[in-house]
Design a protein. Structure first.
Length: 273
């Protein structure tokens, strides 16, 4: 019998995780089945327990349940503790629940895949919500010269900057406090979801700078379109999605899948609509 895995979210129909993990399984000859599960907004913990009772071995967790997933774990990785958010749950041999967060590693691996280096670079992070919480530790580990976090509510950015201040040169402020030039600007705000652009100053980008949107879609996001008009090179979050999945797959199966083919398949599917 195949081992059971799934992704929980609400909504969840859009999720590409089943496609990604089932391709990883085929490629690495692992007998597993990975599905998408819609959990009720007030019923994530029950949905997870029911899944474990049916033999579920692990799950990814997406919006809006990463905080609840964090709360139900028996043990946590260091990066999940820092992020206070869990996107990968594993049932241990002893029945204990282990929580990890693979989003930040996914981002860093995607940047490396595209030969974007961070050491000694100035990085601007836009947004201070759950998505950003998960990326700050791995980002700072790459030793950029500075990371600045800006947010509509500057106090939220400041709280984050304080929580991670021991890990590197970290500053915070409101959108207008972002003073370029930056070598990399990462959009982790949910503004793109509604087609809104965070009100950022126009002169943010250094020569040859990159703009990275943690979102992805069939069409380029408003943030990336805007970055393009300011001469930045652009990446969306599809590669990050694939890489965070590869890290979760490794945690569960102890095998590292090759991500190139699934990246290409997903991009083709997105472009085809
Ligand atoms: O962190 C990931 C999660 O593991 C899976 C996912 C999805 O299926 O759309 C998105 C991200 O939140």
């Amino acid at each position: 019998m195949s081992d059971l895995y799934c992704v929980f979210g609400n909504p969840i129909e859009h999720s590409k995780s089943p496609l990604i993990h089932n391709e990883f399984a085929q490629q690495t000859h692992q007998a597993l089945e990975y599905t998408a599960k819609l959990a009720p907004l007030d019923g994530f913990a029950d949905a997870w327990l029911a899944f474990v009772e049916k033999g579920g071995r692990g799950a990814n967790v997406t919006v809006p349940f990463k905080g609840e997933a964090y709360a139900l774990c028996d043990t946590l990785s260091k990066r999940a503790q820092r992020a206070k958010a869990v996107n990968t749950l594993t049932v241990g041999g002893n029945g204990l629940i282990y929580g990890d967060n693979t989003d930040g590693v996914g981002l860093i691996r995607d940047l490396k895949y595209h030969h974007v280096t961070l050491a000694g670079k100035r990085v601007l992070v836009v947004g201070a919500g759950g998505a950003v919480q998960g990326i700050l530790e791995p980002l700072l580990a790459e030793q950029p010269s500075e990371v600045m976090v800006v947010n509509r509510t500057p106090e939220k950015a400041q709280q984050l900057a304080e929580a991670f201040a021991d890990l590197g040169e970290l500053h915070s402020g409101g959108f207008k406090a972002a003073k370029g030039p930056f070598d990399l600007v990462i959009n982790g705000s949910s503004a793109s979801l509604n087609g809104d652009l965070p009100p950022l100053p126009g002169n943010l980008f250094a020569d040859g700078a990159w703009a990275y949107d943690m979102m992805y879609g069939a069409e380029e996001t408003v943030f990336l379109k805007w970055a393009g008009t300011h001469g930045a090179k652009r990446l969306d979050g599809l590669g990050m999605l694939v890489e965070q999945a590869a890290e979760a797959f490794f945690l569960w199966r102890n095998v590292r899948p090759d991500t190139t083919h699934v990246r290409q398949t997903l991009r083709r599917m997105l472009n085809a609509g």
